[in-house]
Write a protein that binds this ligand. Structure first.
Ligand code: GLC
Length: 553
């Protein structure tokens, strides 16, 4: 890797801006309508031009795609629809040569139901040693009812009954996600050792980091007691206390084990967890000095557009992470959440539980104004940030996908009441004035249809326009590397400008001001604006933000 600013003084991941590549929607190089590794290789220049430090790539392993690749049938290979191991080696070399680090996604809570381990477990019958790698249990009520009341993140119960090799209905197996994603039992030594080896496989190949999927799910309370979920309960893990299938304390043993492996490698390899848990203190446990390095901060993502709430989340996050010495990460969108242009355009602007969104109407003009301001806020906060592909283009959620194209398991599992997450996964528009907008070759139908209205939002349409959202992100990322206070990751000090204003200083001369009030905020005396998300003028309009320099920089 080429040296980057600050290397040697602090690991890259403490301040990195990481760009999430949802691979099947990024760029399609071979005309099958699905994004792929070579499509990403061909578009690395966009990421370099944007100015991010790293990419996180969603799962690329062989998969039946029951959950967009989060159902893995072979952890040491690449799905032929998205590439080969040789393509991945080339990607790693090219990304590194371009100064970009590469983080991959590891799904270790569950395998695919088509993983050879699960096939052997089903075929082995009750009591077979292969069943010990998963959670097979007899049902209650003589076998007819599931073993307990646990629920799936995608709706419905978390258990499915198998047909035994003799043809009779038999045991049940646990899946906290879709039935095609059986949960592994991490108390089983063969599971632990297999994943040690999988980690080494990818770290040896040269990946710079690993995103730990569904981290809080990976340990279960012994005996699998009822959780007390009421009928129809939603999977609201950020509200659960002492839940037997989520954020169970024993989960941390797994991450200590992984950290010991990661620490045997050079180059500041990163573990980042996906962990939606109850509050910042619980979250901080995942990033204790001998566990993972960073974790996504979902409280920030879920906060409504309201200065008091946002300030409280920032304060709570920084206060909880300080004792464990981990940096914060800030994230506004992902492949699991309603795009924030749309979310911020709703009356209730906080994020809803995974895919279960009431889809209240959104004012997209308002949403975009706020999203641009939120970008400046996010990129001004201490620590690292995660950007989701397409947010640099100001893409809204696609809310009118025809029902027949919906693929997220949430749609069927919720009895077709929750449309799920496909609306944030629509393939990126790169160029041209009609679908597929350069995502695939002309004439190819991408795996989800793109709206015609995206013609003004393509990368090509925004690249040369200094007022575009793409230009705003590019300018912000450039300044983030050069401005004192941001570049040196100085701590934050609040600057009081009123209840509906989020304002803070970092270092001797940097200030960020976000106006969440309904009135313009006079800028006189606050500093010299160096970047603004809205119009120029003497005042900061509602729902806009500014970066200012307050002294000599
Ligand atoms: C994580 C992923 C999500 C997936 C789930 C199950 O939440 O981000 O997309 O459905 O894990 O693996």
């Amino acid at each position: 890797m080429p040296a980057t600013a600050g290397e040697g003084r602090r690991p890259w991941w403490r301040t990195a801006v990481v760009y999430e590549v949802y691979l099947r929607s990024f760029a399609d190089s071979d005309g099958n309508g699905l994004g792929d590794v070579n499509g990403l290789r061909g578009r690395l220049a966009h990421l370099v031009d944007l100015g991010v430090d790293a990419v996180w790539i969603t799962p690329w392993y062989p998969s039946p795609m029951a959950d967009g690749g989060y159902d893995v049938s072979d952890y040491r290979d690449i799905d032929p629809r998205v590439g080969t191991l040789a393509d991945v080696d080339a990607l790693l070399a090219e990304a590194h040569a371009a100064g970009l680090r590469v983080v991959i996604d590891l799904v270790a809570n569950h395998t695919s139901a088509e993983h050879p381990w699960f096939a052997a477990a089903v075929a082995g019958g009750p009591g077979a040693p292969e069943r010990a790698r998963y959670f097979f249990r007899d049902g209650r009520a003589g076998g007819a009812e599931p073993p307990n009341d646990w629920i799936s993140a995608f709706g419905g119960r978390a258990w499915t009954r198998v047909t035994e090799p003799d043809g009779r209905p038999g045991q049940w197996y646990l899946h906290l996600f879709a039935p095609e994603q059986p949960d592994l039992d991490w108390d089983d030594v063969t599971v632990q050792e297999e994943f040690d080896d999988i980690l080494r496989f990818w770290l040896d190949r040269g990946v710079d980091g690993i995103r730990v999927d569904a981290a809080p799910a990976m340990a279960k309370l012994p005996g699998l007691p009822d959780a007390g979920h009421r009928p129809g309960a939603l999977f609201e893990s950020s509200a659960w206390v002492d839940n037997p299938h989520w954020d169970v304390d024993e989960v941390h043993e797994i991450f200590r084990r992984w950290r010991r492996i990661g620490d045997t490698y050079d180059g500041d390899r990163l573990f980042v967890s996906e962990a939606v848990v109850n509050g910042p203190e619980r979250l901080s446990r995942y990033v204790r000095p001998d566990e993972l390095h960073t974790t996504f901060n979902f409280d920030y993502l879920k906060a409504p557009w309201d200065a008091g709430s946002i300030r409280a989340v920032i304060e709570g996050t920084l206060a909880a992470l300080a004792p464990v010495g981990a940096p914060a990460t800030w994230v506004l969108s992902s492949h699991d959440e309603t795009r924030h242009v749309t979310r911020f355009g709703r009356v209730s602007s906080g994020a809803a539980t995974m895919g279960f969104d009431a889809s209240a109407p959104a004012d997209l003009e308002l949403g975009l104004r706020r999203a641009r301001a939120a970008a400046l806020l996010t990129l001004a906060l201490p620590g690292g940030a995660y950007l989701y592909q397409g947010e640099e283009l100001g893409l809204p959620e696609v809310e009118d996908l025809p029902e027949e194209v919906l693929q997220d398991p949430t749609w069927e599992r919720s009895g077709r009441t929750a449309r799920g997450r496909d609306g944030c996964r629509v393939p990126l528009p790169w160029s041209g004035d009609r679908p597929p907008f350069g995502f695939s070759a002309d004439g190819v139908q991408p795996w989800l249809p793109q709206p015609e209205s995206w013609r003004g939002l393509t990368v090509a349409a925004q690249r040369e326009d200094p007022s575009s959202t793409l230009s705003l992100y590019r300018d912000a990322l450039r300044l983030r590397r050069s401005l004192h206070g941001l570049a040196d990751d100085a701590p934050l000090t609040w600057h009081e400008l009123g209840p509906d204003i989020v304002a803070f200083d970092r270092g001797p001369a940097f200030r960020c001001v976000v106006n969440m009030s309904a009135r313009p905020l006079p800028l006189a005396g606050l500093g010299r604006p160096v970047l603004r998300s809205g119009d120029d003028g003497d005042a900061l309009p509602p729902d806009t933000a500014a970066w200012l320099v307050t002294g000599y920089s």
